[in-house]
Design a protein around this ligand. Structure first.
Ligand code: HEM
Length: 190
């Protein structure tokens, strides 16, 4: 929501998508989610810039291996820095820019096959809750954008928002995001 409030064009595009697909019913349901392309692009872009687990669970190499010019001996502890990978200019154009459009017409997903985007990790120790986690986020965001327009409180500017993140069990913003929710009373959801 922080990235969206700073990127009204992306917010609008997702709202148009969700409200067009769900014109008459009150609820966005799980079965509707496969139709949302831009909403999913927003979630991927958010995972790229703000992975909830910035460093994956530690691994241990089982044999000597050389990757590029790096020699990694057996029994080394290996940390995968997903946060850094998501901002690597070798993998991403304008990596610091929040731009969901980069995922439109592109196959990159977070299921663990695309090593540039690993918010749920990968391989045998990858997150077993990936399906539940992804659906929960998609539904929550779809509901927020379907039902409400969002604004900053009077006198608060988007450029003044504190984006500092702190590391804990998962990464989160150091300050809460406070927004004004304006219920959408358009006929399509009444
Ligand atoms: C947005 C939601 C979620 C994110 C971003 C997330 C992310 C992750 C990540 C990055 C890992 C480490 C994977 C690796 O090192 O390769 C992990 C592990 C794990 N996750 Fe999730 N997770 C989410 C939701 C869930 C849910 C809903 C559940 C359970 C219902 C769950 C259960 C687990 C468990 C049990 C592990 C440890 C797996 C192991 O050690 O083998 N996660 N998760």
């Amino acid at each position: 929501m922080t990235e969206l409030i700073m990127n009204p064009r992306a917010t609008r595009q997702a709202q148009v998508e969700v409200r067009k697909i769900i014109p008459k019913r009150e609820q966005v349901l799980e079965k509707d989610l496969h139709q949302f392309y831009y909403l999913k692009a927003i979630i991927k872009e958010t995972f790229r810039l703000h992975p909830p687990s910035p460093v994956l669970l530690p691994r241990e190499s089982i044999q000597d291996v050389t990757i590029d010019e790096y020699e990694i001996p057996a029994k080394s502890r290996v940390f995968v820095n997903v946060w850094e990978i998501g901002r690597d200019p070798k993998s991403w154009e304008s990596p610091e820019e929040f731009n969901p459009d980069r995922f439109i017409g592109c196959d990159i997903d977070f299921m663990g096959q695309d090593f540039g985007l690993l918010p749920f990790g990968a391989g045998r120790r990858g997150c077993p809750g990936i399906a539940l986690g992804a659906v929960t986020i998609e539904l929550a965001l779809a509901w927020l954008l379907h039902r409400f327009d969002w604004e900053l409180p009077l006198g608060v500017r988007a450029e003044d928002l504190d984006l500092t993140e702190v590391y804990g069990i998962s990464m989160h913003k150091i300050t809460d995001l406070v927004l004004v929710a304006k219920p959408q009373l358009h006929e399509s959801i009444c």
